[in-house]
Design a protein around this ligand. Structure first.
Ligand code: FMN
Length: 224
């Protein structure tokens, strides 16, 4: 049984999000819900469902081998070697259909402004978004996709399936710059990733460690 993270509930909600404006989408209500006593009810408004959401950039080659990139927040990890992303129609999706591969990098404090730009304009209108912000690419040695060098952590992915706007990618390699590692592991204090807060429509920094997984709850177990 696959462990599905945050992403799936987001994907259920995402649907046609990117064909409408943010305001139009968040104003949608669903009359079929029943009030939960003692709580404010929002219906099916997507903006409040799964915030915070991971914030990634998807880099692809087009048919002429020009690089393109978009930002995605309706994304997550499906299992140990797969990622899942909900996508509307973009230059990126055209590229994916042809190249069958992409890289996924993580938006951090240093790349936030450039990444937001990648989500504001389409490669269909701006020939090279990556060059415009002064970023550079190299070819992935493992998949048919570019790696944007300014992002220190990147997953190289093959398209496993892309149907009904749901992209599932097989991660064949993860690479990280030394500067974000501690003891050979990716250190989020050094990476400084940001998450997307769909409720307030802002990016937020990932904060300090507040507990250890599979540890803190042991206080309720016997013989610990
Ligand atoms: C914060 C943020 C999150 C986004 N998340 C997604 C997403 O998960 N899926 C999607 O299809 N578009 C998403 N977008 C929109 C695309 O990034 C945007 O339409 C982009 O211009 C597409 O670029 P392209 O046409 O060059 O591929 C997001 C945009 C922003 C600003």
């Amino acid at each position: 049984m696959r462990k599905i993270t945050l992403a799936l509930t987001a994907i259920l909600a995402a649907g046609c999000v990117f064909n409408t404006t943010y305001e139009e989408e968040t104003s949608v209500t669903n009359d079929s819900y029943v009030e939960v006593e003692g709580r404010k009810n929002f219906g099916s408004s997507h903006a409040l469902m799964t915030t915070p959401q991971p914030c990634v950039v998807i880099a692809t080659w087009d048919k002429e081998h020009h690089p393109n990139v978009m930002v995605a927040a309706w994304a997550g990890q499906l299992d140990a070697t797969e990622v899942i992303i909900s996508l509307s129609q973009h230059k990126t999706t055209e590229n994916l259909e042809a190249s069958k591969a992409f890289t996924l990098s993580f938006v951090d404090r240093n790349t936030l402004v450039q990444s937001d730009y990648f989500g504001l304009v389409s490669g269909k209108l701006v020939a090279d978004k990556i060059a415009r912000v002064g970023f550079t690419v190299t070819s992935s040695p493992n998949v048919n996709a570019p790696i944007i060098k300014e992002y220190p952590l990147t997953l190289e992915c093959k398209v496993r399936s892309f149907k009904d706007g749901i992209l599932i990618g097989e991660v064949v390699n993860m690479s990280a710059e030394e500067r974000i590692l501690t003891g050979g592991k990716v250190d989020l204090d050094k990476l400084q990733p940001v998450v997307f807060d769909a409720s307030a429509n802002v990016y937020r920094a990932v904060g300090e460690v507040v507990g250890h997984a599979w540890q803190e709850g042991k206080v309720y177990m016997d013989n610990q």
